[in-house]
Design a protein around this ligand. Structure first.
Ligand code: 3PG
Length: 212
């Protein structure tokens, strides 16, 4: 199997999703796969999250992770559902320690040098830069990459079609994450056509970033 971080590097865009109704999971996954973005970070922000993880992880044609992971119990529950990676908005040493000890991939959120050093202590060097735009965007990323050249970042938070190419062109960007591809309202209103289009657009922009 291809290592998860290598898969991120290949996919380049990680749709962050909040699924209110787990019944929408299959159509969402269909749209993402058809749109060329076979990946989803399903956030623990809705009661249906665990069911959605289980349904999506069972398919086998899409890389599924858990997002907004705030507690060790959530890591255990998500892992039981078959998800392959964890994402947290901040750096929680308990969550990170559990994942590292149990060989579970986690990309914790960081936005300061101290956060990065805490992550490096655990041997992690692929980190979510969150909230990217609110914390200075690419300029901050470039500054952080000076001392921490060994780190690859996943900018998330305020990333969208307007700035995706610039983020992806930055050599230390592993992938970008964001909710713009599959917005909660689009999911609950059954607008999988829009999600398909957003996925296709993101794939095209990722190609554009690669080309130059
Ligand atoms: C996240 O959880 O990663 C963020 O809420 C995503 O931020 P965005 O909505 O600006 O993409």
């Amino acid at each position: 199997m291809i290592p998860i971080l290598d898969q991120f590097e290949k996919i380049r865009v990680i749709p962050v999703v909040a699924i209110e109704n787990a019944q929408d999971t299959t159509r969402l996954a269909d749209a993402l796969v058809e749109g060329g973005l076979p990946c989803a970070e399903i956030t623990f922000r809705t009661p249906g999250a665990l069911d959605a993880m289980r349904i999506m992880a069972k398919r086998g044609d899409i890389l599924v992770g858990a997002g907004t992971v705030l507690k060790v119990d959530q890591v255990k529950a998500a892992a039981d559902m078959g998800v392959e990676f964890m994402v947290s908005p901040g750096f929680n040493p308990k969550v990170v320690a559990y994942c590292v000890e149990n060989n579970i991939i986690i990309t914790p959120g960081i936005c300061t040098p101290s956060d990065i050093e805490a992550a490096l202590e655990f041997g992690l060097d692929a980190l979510k830069f969150f909230p990217a735009e609110a914390f200075g965007g690419l300029k901050t990323l470039e500054a952080l990459s000076g001392p921490y050249g060994m780190v690859r970042f996943i900018p998330t938070g305020g990333v969208g079609p307007g700035n995706l190419v610039n983020y992806l062109r930055f050599p230390k960007t592993l992938a970008c994450g964001g909710t713009w591809i599959a917005k909660s309202t689009n999911i609950s209103e059954g607008r999988f056509d829009l999600i398909l289009n957003n996925a296709r657009e993101a794939v095209a922009l990722a190609k554009e970033a690669q080309a130059n």
